[in-house]
Design a binder for this molecule. Structure first.
Ligand code: PEP
Ligand code: MG
Length: 325
């Protein structure tokens, strides 16, 4: 980290009027580096548990998983750490569990696999719960949820894992907060029901963009169509922010968009106050936040939400940022 970046990191994440923004880390790639920057963040908003699974030659045991999760929870003992349940399938393949499908992004992935193979899920849940016994800062996040039934089934398995751990350690294991990734467009229209079912949601703009626009996020032929600033995506995000506020459902955004200057600007403008991003995005987003005036954002956002094209949205955003210095 450069000196300037270090200085930015230590600054508080507040808007120009002093309003606080919770800035969290997307962790899992370089845990030693991530531990170093723990001072400048409000917790881990997304730890992708599939990454260590992908680097092994077979499924890690419950103990191996527990040790790894415990290490991460211990790095941030007084801050929340969101561990996302295994999100494999599609672009994230395990060498020891190959999945060959015609249409993998719409196929067997994320929570669908975990509910079909509950033994994999239960081992992971028990490992997470045991890892949490000391620090109690764990939150569990479910990937690729499409419908409410999946949440109910996952919660039943979580309670079962809790029961099993309680019996093993002979003391009560309290279930941690349970949240879901909002990354499948169906859930944008289910927020009132979600509010009764989950403790928090985390918006995955990477997949939400892919599924809303029907554009493969990793296919170079259609890369120019994969667009985080598409008016339809911004309008969906607006609906999410408004409804979450109405139902008092805690929401954060953990897709890559939250770590880019224009993305963070628009998300704050839409009313999101929790952003999770990679370590390298933190200094510049913190710098940007301290220069944003929420009052000035209001009329700008009205224009953005009426814009008809991405080009228009980009132009409005650059002009706004220039005016804000
Ligand atoms: C997302 O989809 O926005 C997300 C954060 O998850 P991933 O990139 O791991 O699919
Ligand atoms: Mg995703």
């Amino acid at each position: 980290l450069s000196q300037i970046a270090e200085d930015q990191l230590e600054q508080q994440a507040v808007l120009k009027n002093g309003e606080a923004v919770s800035v969290q880390l997307n962790a899992g790639l370089n845990i030693k580096y991530e531990q170093r920057i723990s001072v400048g963040i409000d917790g881990v908003g997304l730890y992708r548990t599939e990454i260590p699974f992908m680097l092994q030659s077979g499924f890690p045991s419950e103990d191996e998983q527990k040790n790894r999760y415990r290490e991460i929870l211990s790095f941030f003992p007084d801050k929340p750490v969101v561990l996302r349940a295994l999100d494999i399938g599609a672009d994230k393949q395990l060498p020891y569990m190959p999945i060959n499908e015609e249409n993998p992004c719409l196929g067997w992935r994320g929570i669908r696999i975990l509910l079909d193979q509950p033994e994999i899920f239960l081992i992971q849940l028990r490992a997470m719960l045991k890892a949490n016994l000391e620090f109690k800062n764990l939150k569990i996040l479910l990937p690729m949820v499409t419908s409410l039934d999946e949440i109910d089934e996952a919660r039943t398995l979580l309670l079962r894992a809790c029961d099993e751990v309680s019996r093993e350690i002979k003391c009560e294991c309290v279930p941690p907060p349970l949240g879901i990734m909002l990354e499948v467009p169906s859930l944008v229209f289910m927020l009132s029901q979600l509010a009764n079912r989950v403790d928090f949601i985390s918006v995955g703009t990477n997949d939400l963009t892919q599924y809303l626009l029907a554009v493969d996020r990793n296919n170079t032929h259609v890369a120019s169509l994969y667009d985080n600033l598409h008016p339809a995506l911004l309008r969906s995000l607006n609906l999410i922010a408004t409804q979450c506020q109405y139902y008092q459902l805690p929401v954060s955004v953990c897709g890559e968009m939250a770590g880019t200057p224009i993305g963070a600007l628009l998300l704050i403008g839409l009313g999101f106050r929790q952003l999770s991003m990679s370590g390298r995005s933190l200094p510049r987003v913190k710098y940007l936040l301290r220069h944003l005036d929420p009052v000035m954002l209001q009329s700008f956002m009205q224009q953005v939400l009426q814009a008809e094209t991405t080009t228009e949205i980009k132009k409005l955003s650059s002009e706004f940022m220039e005016r804000q210095g």
